[in-house]
Write a protein that binds this ligand. Structure first.
Ligand SMILES: [Zn+2]
Length: 261
């Protein structure tokens, strides 16, 4: 369908939801021009799974190490933000590991934001120290996240699954971050995010599916798949009045610049 080659910058293909269908989902994605994916880290116990998954996808796929806010409460009580930093230190130079995260803040989970902050800070401090990009998860905590980011100047990365106004987007761009644009942009009713994507500087974003989450328009109720990245690309290209070839070239450059891949 697409002759361009795409990179799914946020894809949880390592998740058990894909166990029975992983190879089939990945070959379907490749057949539709998805040449690589980044498998995000969620918690220390999952990092080697992310690494193995990325390796199984072949050259052009990568993984990251981090502690996602949803997984904080599930960690052994012996883990501290300091010990998390030591675990990051033991894994960050492994083959194919290109970023720290997902990490971030979520205002819609039971764990109070104040208890999420120390975990985010240990990951930001590590990323700053090693000059590695971060993959940020932000949900209903935009202002609090900006406040924390202000304490870690120079940290680069991507705010994944972005939806929101251009003013919000600009707050991240100003701090050196890119925006991960996913399935939201395919929904006609997502007028605010669609208007934002239309106006974003070309060097300020990446494309992602967040599979198995964030289904594209018309495919609600089923697990999302990396092969649908092309539908996101088409929506973005159309909104911006660009050709798919132009968009693909730009996305490759943005991914290379951020992740050094
Ligand atoms: Zn994710």
């Amino acid at each position: 369908m697409l002759k361009e080659s795409w990179f799914d910058s946020h894809c949880h293909l390592d998740m058990p939801a894909f166990d029975a269908v992983r190879a089939a989902r990945w070959s379907a994605a490749q057949a539709r021009g998805v040449a690589g994916a980044l498998i995000p880290g969620l918690e220390p116990a999952q990092w080697l799974r992310a690494q193995a998954c990325a390796a199984s996808l072949g050259t052009g796929s990568y993984w990251s190490i981090g502690l996602h806010p949803w997984w904080i409460a599930k960690q052994p009580t012996t883990l501290t933000p300091q010990l998390l930093a030591e675990a990051l230190s033991a894994h960050y130079s492994s083959a194919g590991c290109v970023a720290i995260g997902e990490c971030g803040l979520d205002g819609a989970i039971e764990l109070p934001l104040a208890q999420q902050v120390p975990w985010l800070e240990s990951q930001l401090a590590f990323a700053q120290d090693k000059a590695l990009p971060v993959i940020l998860h932000q949900h209903r905590a935009h202002n609090q996240l900006l406040e924390v980011l202000n304490r870690y100047p120079g940290v680069i990365g991507v705010v994944h699954g972005f939806s929101g106004s251009l003013a919000m987007a600009e707050e991240y761009i100003r701090r050196g971050l890119l925006l991960g644009i996913g399935g939201v942009v395919t929904y006609p009713r997502a007028s605010k995010t669609r208007a934002t994507v239309q106006a974003l500087p070309a060097e300020s974003f990446l494309l992602e599916t967040d599979a198995p989450s964030m289904p594209v328009y018309g495919r609600q109720g089923a697990d999302n798949r990396p092969e649908y990245l092309g539908e996101i690309a088409q929506a973005v290209a159309q909104l911006r009045g660009e050709s798919l070839a132009q968009l693909a070239t730009r996305m490759r450059a943005n991914g290379q610049r951020l992740f050094g891949i």
